[in-house]
Ligand binder design. Structure first.
Ligand code: ADP
Ligand code: MG
Length: 783
């Protein structure tokens, strides 16, 4: 441990305009306000963690933190820190002085810290008032060590629980049938509900190993008893309920819900609700009734396990969430709850500002939310301070802007007492963050809380307005006292005041003036830089948008082409199949009745020659008949002079007649053949007609298919139009983006032109693509 030496090496920086800045100190001073209210500053303590062995071997010990006395600490920027660099440029200081309600060095024991910080809040708590304790600081500064501690070195939480059990003594209420409800109320549980409570508790205890309890009572040397234990004669009893939850990324998660077993299941977050009287509470938060310190230890262990499991599952560090352990003390008299008080211990997320390498997507959002809730906490404390110092000026207190401040709004507004333990390490490598922490807490510790004189005897919640200010003011803040408390003289050390001559004062005034101009210049530079960064970011985003857009349109084009090709192919296949089918069915019909043409012609020729023969023979027959008629008419002539010729003629006639008969029968046969052939011909004609009909039906089917494909192309067109619509939306978003990046008035004109150009460049290829679309679909519709 070291104190700061301003001579030798530091004098150089002193000469370049360095000076001490003392942040306003708070004392534990209390002022009686008219109306009985008690005004008290919120106590802010500082705890400086000892170096670890690794830090010492890494040469982290560079005398950065100097504890001057129990209330003042000096931060001295090490070489290489950003603070030192800017100080060398004449901006900012290399040496800072801060005051706290009390400062605890590395040697301080857990028990001493408890005695010196939370003991008075402890008395409030058992007395029916609310208490809130924050641990604030960067990761690895000792926040969790301060709140929870280790089995051998128990922290504040086990000590609060231990002190509460000590206070309760034999007055513990055994039943589990009176449970906290909403924020400030209690409810009766029926036997079934009590059973449920018991099984929930048993389930938690069953999954916790006995041996590694973090709140080992082994490490708890009994602390000095609280002042007012309930007397033996007192019939009142006490029930103790605890809850453990975390706020991560502005979502509240119950650490006592055993829902993390299944790997795929996402943690469900809980809602923060208003009980109608301005008090916020976590809806459906699990409360566990505890009877011993050991039980509380198991609950804490269960919650811690849940917390780290959730963090590991999401690949996050648990230091990014605020974890809150709340103890509710119910005072029970004659079977009814007559008083409820709560003690919340809040292990805040690491206050380090977001790392540049992690500022993407979810991480950026997360970092934003964590820093935001701490920022809102700071803002609330500042606003509270302003309201009280500037004559109750109604400046807006943004309690509702983060879950954390929303939940503890009532405590800040007088329904209890809040305190903060700021944890820092002394490492040179994290000096800048440590300085940031100190500056934040310098604001925090100026907050003045108004504590109502009369404790809230009834369970009725105090009415608090939307701005977080109590509606019922039972006291006006004594602005005069406050002003004198924060007056100029208070800002300066007594010694400084004595030594300060007029000349120095003038010199200081000049210095302030020059610093002011430097500050202005710096601010201007920062503004320009910010604008440049904004522009760069805007351009980069635009570029990215354009690229993704181009990729998308290319993909769509490809998709369209492949679709068209597929359609055409299917179409061809259908056409071929139909043609094949028509041909096949025609062939099938033909095959049955098929007569080769040659055969048909030969047959016809035969018929022709036969016909000719028949007509010849007919001619011959008629001539023969003419000849035969004479002897028939006059038979005597036949036997008379021409007897020999008559016999020869008769023979020939007979022969001819026979021949004629044979030819007649042949003719008849041929005639029948002709008839059958003609019939066949007719049949063939019918078959052909059928084939034609079949073909026509198929072609109408083909038409249907064509119509269908046309419909498909139309729907495709519609999709494309939708795309165009989307493109337009993107374009409008882009223009918004462009507007946003044009925000600085100086850059307005040229930037708008540039962005417009880029926008045109983005939109024009899209236009051509849309005009191309119908042409393509036309082609596919009418192949
Ligand atoms: P935080 O919660 O702020 O991230 P931790 O409480 O986890 O930091 O502390 C970081 C480490 O430093 C732990 O190993 C812790 O045991 C140790 N540590 C913190 N404060 C002290 C202290 N006052 N004395 C001894 N060891 C400490
Ligand atoms: Mg921690």
């Amino acid at each position: 441990m070291s104190t700061v030496n301003l001579t030798n090496e530091d004098s150089e920086y002193m000469q370049t305009g360095d000076m001490d800045i003392t942040y306003i100190s708070t004392s534990s001073q209390q002022t009686e306000l008219p109306g009985g209210a008690e005004q008290q500053t919120m106590r802010v303590y500082l705890r400086v963690r000892p170096f670890s062995k690794e830090e010492l071997s890494d040469k982290e010990d560079q005398d950065c933190v100097g504890i001057e006395n129990s209330q003042t600490v000096t931060l001295n920027a090490p070489k290489g820190s950003a603070t030192m660099k800017s100080s060398e440029k004449g901006i900012g200081m290399s040496l800072h002085k801060f005051s706290f309600s009390q400062i605890f060095g590395p040697e301080i024991m857990q028990s001493e810290l408890f005695e010196a910080t939370v003991k008075s809040q402890m008395s409030d708590f058992v007395d029916g008032k609310n208490a809130l304790l924050f641990s604030y600081g960067v990761t690895n500064a000792g926040k969790t060590y301060t709140i929870q501690g280790t089995p051998k070195q128990p922290g504040i939480l086990p000590r609060v629980l231990d002190a509460t059990f000590q206070y309760i003594g034999g007055h513990l209420y055994d039943g589990m049938d009176l449970k906290p409800y909403l924020r400030n109320d209690a409810q009766y549980l029926d036997p079934d509900q009590v059973k449920q409570e018991k099984s929930a508790k048993a389930a938690i205890f069953a999954s916790v190993k006995e041996e590694c309890a973090p709140l080992g009572s082994s490490g708890l040397e009994s602390c000095s008893a609280l002042t007012s234990n309930p007397t033996e004669a007192d019939s009142s009893q006490f029930a103790l309920w605890v809850a453990f939850f975390e706020i991560y990324n502005e979502c509240v998660y119950d650490l006592l819900q055993a829902s993390l077993g299944s790997k795929s299941k996402k943690r469900s977050s809980l809602r923060v609700c208003d009980d109608g009287a301005g008090n916020c509470y976590v809806k459906d938060l699990r409360w566990i009734n505890i009877h011993t310190l050991g039980e509380a230890s198991k609950v804490l262990q269960f919650g811690n396990k849940n917390r780290s499991a959730a963090a590991t599952k999401m690949n996050q560090s648990s230091s990014r969430s605020h974890s809150i352990f709340t103890i509710k003390l119910l005072k029970i008299e004659d079977g009814t709850v007559t008083q409820i008080s709560e003690f919340s211990l809040c292990d805040l997320a690491g206050s380090e500002r977001c790392n540049k390498t992690k500022t993407f997507g979810e991480r950026l959002k997360e970092a934003g939310n964590i820093n935001n809730s701490l920022l809102i906490l700071g803002k609330c404390l500042t606003a509270l301070h302003n309201n009280q110092t500037e004559g109750m000026k109604n400046s807006y207190i943004p309690f509702r802007e983060s879950k954390l401040t929303k939940l503890f709004q009532a405590v800040f507004c007088g329904k209890g007492r809040a305190s903060m333990i700021v944890n820092i390490n002394q490492c040179a490598s994290t000096y800048d963050e440590t300085l940031h922490v100190m500056k934040f807490s310098a604001v925090a510790k100026q907050v003045v809380l108004v504590i109502p004189d009369k404790p809230l005897k009834s369970l009725g919640p105090c009415l608090v307005g939307r701005d977080g200010k109590p509606l019922v003011k039972n006291g006006v803040i004594d602005t005069e006292a406050l002003e004198s408390f924060l007056s100029e003289e208070e800002l300066l050390d007594e010694e400084d005041e004595a030594n300060m001559s007029l000349a120095i004062e003038n010199e200081l005034a000049n210095m302030i003036e020059s610093l002011r101009t430097k500050l202005l210049a710096e601010r201007k530079r920062n503004l320009v830089q910010e604008m440049e960064i904004r522009n760069e970011m805007g351009d980069a985003m635009l570029q990215q948008l354009m690229e993704s857009e181009e990729l998308r349109s290319r993909q769509i084009e490809k998709l369209k082409e492949s679709f068209e090709e597929k359609l055409e192919n299917t179409f061809e296949i259908y056409k071929d199949a139909i043609r094949e089918h028509a041909y096949q069915s025609a062939m099938n019909n033909l095959e049955d009745d098929y007569v080769p043409v040659d055969e048909f012609i030969a047959e016809q020729d035969k018929v022709e020659t036969l016909k000719r023969k028949v007509s010849e023979l007919e001619g011959l027959t008629s001539s023969i008949r003419g000849l035969c008629a004479v002897p028939t008419v006059d038979q005597s002539c036949q036997t008379h002079p021409y007897k020999s010729t008559e016999a020869a003629g008769d023979d020939q006639c007979k022969h001819l007649y026979k021949e004629k008969c044979a030819i007649d029968s042949i003719c008849e046969d041929k005639q029948q053949l002709i008839i059958s052939l003609e019939k066949r011909l007719k049949d063939i004609n019918v078959t052909l007609q059928n084939a034609r009909d079949g073909y026509l039906a198929k072609s109408s089917e083909l038409d249907d298919l064509q119509r269908k494909s046309k419909d498909q192309t139309e729907s495709m067109e519609e999709t494309l139009w939708q795309n165009v619509e989307n493109d337009r939306e993107i374009a409008s978003l882009k223009s918004e983006l462009a507007k946003l990046s044009q925000k600085p008035p100086v850059q307005l004109k040229p930037k708008r032109g540039l962005l417009a150009n880029i926008r045109d460049a983005v939109t024009s290829p899209r236009k051509t693509s849309t005009s191309r679309t119908p042409r393509k679909t036309d082609r596919t519709a009418h192949p």
